[in-house]
Write a protein that binds this ligand. Structure first.
Ligand code: B12
Length: 261
């Protein structure tokens, strides 16, 4: 499409879109005297502008505990801007998303759980912290380009309301070039598998934080197996690193691996 049309779709003036091209924020190709923008590059620009945090500089984290302490402070006070900046800074693309989940987000949420169970924070505070981390994770996820490693469907079983593990699993697998359909929480087993079939999934991942939901989680895994789709069931205490290792490993017998605590 021409630059004028692209500017309209981006909701900005033609001159602004032109400035973005010059600044490298919008990809365009010069054809004669006009600029042409592909739909893909338009969407890429839009998604970047919807997450307007400055690109993180590369950092090597020496003291995860200190970063976790800072994140905890930001989450408890609801300081979303600082929490997001911290997560994005330490988790710069690729495999580091996994490190950020394991060394930063997971320990902080374990501690938040303790604070909640001892009555020191409210459920409202817990919800706010979860929502802040989910939005930060959404900004970290890269759009997959090219051929995916595989197609995964991720969600929790009915009875499990904990959404952050599904978001972390999604971010981690996307960073490993998986095409992920993120279903969120409490998905009935039949519906889970129906989507998995529709999208020709090669992997079903069930995250499970609320242990009474284990039966439902196993039911999803069993249904997936009957459709010839590999399945992985997560549980508290397991890590995102293990998930990625299992997902990336070649399927063993019966095209299926189910993990339980
Ligand atoms: C936030 C939170 C909530 C929020 C969730 C909001 C939301 N939108 O997600 C709300 C308030 C709804 C909630 C409700 C409840 N919660 Co709650 N909650 C938490 C808290 C603080 C964080 C949860 C979270 O996001 N964890 C994310 C990470 C940190 O968890 P993780 O298990 O380490 O995740 C890893 C694995 O899942 C793994 N992984 C993910 N997918 C996969 C897949 C595979 C294959 C593999 C290998 C690994 C893997 O990678 C993750 C990261 O490393 C936890 C504390 C905690 N320790 O987790 C309590 C916690 C889980 N909740 C708990 C409880 C008791 C409840 C309630 C029963 C409370 C109540 N009486 O109502 C309800 C149950 C609701 C339900 N039916 O699901 C307990 C669970 C105890 C237990 N053993 O079952 C905990 C541990 C708190 C505590 N210390 O007591 N909770």
């Amino acid at each position: 499409m021409e630059l004028k049309e692209a500017a309209q779709k981006l909701g900005v003036h033609y001159q602004t879109a032109y400035r973005w091209i010059r600044a490298g924020q919008l990809k365009a190709y010069k054809v004669g005297n006009t600029y042409q923008v592909t739909s893909e590059d338009l969407l890429d620009c839009l998604s970047k502008r919807n997450c307007p945090t400055a690109p993180p500089s590369s950092v090597k984290v020496r003291n995860w505990e200190h970063q976790a302490f800072r994140l905890m402070g930001y989450l408890l006070s609801g300081n979303e801007a600082e929490a997001r900046a911290l997560i994005l800074k330490v988790a710069e693309g690729g495999a580091e998303i996994i490190a950020a989940c394991e060394n930063l987000i997971s320990p902080v949420f374990s501690e938040l759980g303790e604070l909640w169970s001892t009555g020191k924070i409210t459920i409202a505070c817990e919800h706010r912290a979860t929502a802040i981390c989910e939005r930060a994770l959404a900004c970290m996820m890269q759009n997959l380009r090219g051929r995916p490693r595989g197609i995964a469907v991720i969600g929790t079983p009915p009875g499990d309301q904990h959404s952050l593990p599904t978001s972390m699993a999604t971010a981690a697998l996307r960073s490993q070039r998986w095409l992920v359909h993120h279903l969120g929480t409490q998905v009935p087993p039949e519906d889970f598998i129906s989507i998995a079939k529709d999208v020709a999934a090669t992997l079903v991942v069930v995250t499970m934080t609320h242990t009474p939901a284990l039966d439902q989680a196993n039911q999803i895994a069993t249904l997936a197996r009957t459709q010839g789709i590999r399945s992985l069931v997560g549980a508290p205490g397991m890590t995102i690193g293990t998930l990625v290792e299992l997902a990336n490993a070649r399927p063993i017998a019966n095209n299926s691996i189910a993990t339980t605590p």
